[in-house]
Design a protein around this ligand. Structure first.
Ligand code: HEM
Length: 498
């Protein structure tokens, strides 16, 4: 879900000016301190300081690894507070299932983000909407076009873009990372709007990238004081120190363009009778009449649905494909087995099709392992607890941001032997997919009612790219000055999207 998730619920160290101001708020809040609604203890976690809580303990670099270490001390539920904001990190599948699935009505909300949602107008992003009717209407509209029964209709575009990607790799293999990004942007623009993007400097893509950069900056909790003191959103732009308002104004414009420009383009094409089939065109066709009072809201939902396909899909699957390239360069024996399967099942006279997928168990296992090995969203996206709760002998206060440590769940050595190794074989038994092997989907796409709504489309894209690339290319590590292959090591970036 790409940057769809921004950095919701991801904890980072706060700048010191933010701390000072927040202290003030906390003192005020403390004056109205609410007595705890339960006599049960809070879940265990690192002991923090008065008022600021665990601000100095919070990991900035790959927090999923640090929480994994903390779990050895505190167990599979870790509770801590940062500037009054409670967090709960869940470490095992049992806990994420109990909380996000069994108690989903209480654990499906999102943290309030005034900078992003109220000032930058990212409110079209389903992933950020508060839990409730408006989110549910968006989710339903999105699901209608991305559930497992319908995503097959996007396969021709996915295959076409996978093939165009093969050609670009042939021309300039050194730019493979750029080509991956371009391929996914092109796929989604085509699916969502029927737009064919330019090879470089495409205005839609440039605009979206700028909006996503703003999102990524504003998504760091504490980056903007207005997230801690929402009333600051009313400060006028000219006011000294109100730089955040000027930034928000610029980002608001590009963010709005991401959703509106391509959608308006489709409307114009439809009016002229020249529109090509697309998600936006289908959504527009099924809108109520212009005179219908429901039209305004329905049109907004349609516009948001198409836009979120782009912002949700632009970066995420890209990251999974990058992991796949790294894995192939590091594990040549895996690559050989995958190529042998393609050669045996398909031969060398054509490229793999979607219809071949059931006959390619090793490739399917490789797609799964590419989602597990280096997770795209190692902490998924935090869910906010809507009301006070009691669970397993502990009290969980309303407003707690609950994070499922997807990395820990998919690197549990009791479930995945040698979890740091890339081994597609772990999903196979007697040469076929083993139904009893833990499927990375249990955590790689998040949890419960907010689980990634684009995961079926993403899975198809990954299959199309992986199988096409392996059918025609060998992926190898770069060569050093003496002509020897470089020793590669998996090093991932930190952040919500790894
Ligand atoms: C490897 C690929 C992807 C990964 C790892 C991924 C991951 C995620 C995660 C972790 C969430 C939040 C789940 C939660 O709150 O528990 C999410 C939400 C979402 N994703 Fe994805 N995503 C991927 C691809 C896509 C694609 C291709 C699309 C669009 C076509 C998409 C659309 C969405 C949407 C709409 C949501 C919001 C769901 C909601 O809040 O109700 N994602 N994704």
């Amino acid at each position: 879900m790409g940057t769809v998730a921004a950095t919701l619920g991801l904890v980072q160290r706060y700048p010191y000016h933010t701390i000072t101001a927040s202290l003030f708020i906390l003192v005020v809040k403390a004056l109205f301190f609410r007595k705890r609604a339960s006599s049960l203890p809070l879940p265990p976690g690192p002991k923090g300081y008065p008022l600021v809580g665990n601000i100095f303990d919070i990991p900035t670099d790959k927090p999923w690894l640090v929480y994994n270490e903390w779990a050895k001390i505190y167990g599979d539920m870790i509770y801590f507070k940062v500037l009054g904001q409670p967090f709960l990190v869940l470490h095992t599948l049992e806990r994420t299932y109990d909380i996000f699935e069994k108690r989903s009505s209480n654990y499906s909300d999102r943290a309030r983000m005034p900078m992003i949602l109220e000032l930058m107008n990212w409110d079209y992003n389903i992933a950020m909407l508060p839990y409730g009717t408006w989110w549910r209407r968006h989710r339903r509209a999105f699901h209608e076009h991305f559930h497992p029964g319908v995503v097959a209709k996007y396969q021709p575009v996915q295959s076409r873009e996978a093939r165009a990607f093969l050609y670009r790799l042939l021309v300039s293999p050194e730019n493979f990372r750029h080509h991956i990004r371009h391929a996914f942007a092109a796929t989604i623009m085509s699916v969502a709007y029927g737009i064919t993007v330019r090879e470089s400097n495409d205005p839609y893509i440039l605009n979206a990238e700028e909006a996503l950069e703003g999102l990524s900056e504003a998504g760091v909790p504490g980056r903007f004081l207005v997230d801690l003191i929402p009333v600051l959103k009313y400060v006028p732009e000219w006011f000294p120190g109100a730089n955040f308002k000027r930034k928000a104004a610029r980002w608001r414009k590009v963010t709005a363009d991401v959703a509106q420009k391509p959608f308006c383009h489709v409307k114009e094409q439809m009016a002229k009778g020249t529109a090509v089939p697309s998600l936006a065109a289908t959504l527009i066709e099924s809108l109520p009449d212009a005179s219908d009072p429901r039209r305004r809201e329905e049109e907004k939902i349609a516009q948001d649905t198409a836009a979120v396909a782009y912002v949700g899909g632009a970066d995420t699957t890209v990251s999974a494909v990058q992991s796949f390239f790294l894995a192939m360069a590091m594990y040549p024996e895996v690559q050989k087995k995958a190529q042998a399967e393609i050669d045996q099942v398909i031969g060398s006279s054509r490229l793999p099709e979607f219809s071949d997928r059931p006959s390619l168990p090793y490739i399917n296992a490789l797609v799964k392992e590419s989602m597990r090995w280096q997770l795209v969203t190692p902490l998924a996206v935090g869910h906010m607890c809507s009301k006070d709760d009691e669970y397993n002998g502990y009290f969980i206060p309303k407003g707690t941001i609950v994070i499922g440590n997807a990395w820990a769940i998919l690197h549990d050595p009791t479930v995945f032997s040698n979890p740091l190794e890339y081994q597609p074989e772990r999903y196979l038994k007697h040469g076929q997919l083993d139904p009893d092997a833990r499927n990375p989907d249990v955590a790689a796409f998040g949890f419960g009612r907010r689980i990634c709504a684009g995961r079926y489309m993403s899975d198809n894209s990954l299959y199309a790219f992986v199988s096409s690339v392996l059918a025609v290319y060998d992926i190898k590590p770069p060569i050093d000055d003496d002509g020897n292959p470089l020793q590669l090591k998996a090093e991932v970036t930190t952040g919500l999207l790894s």
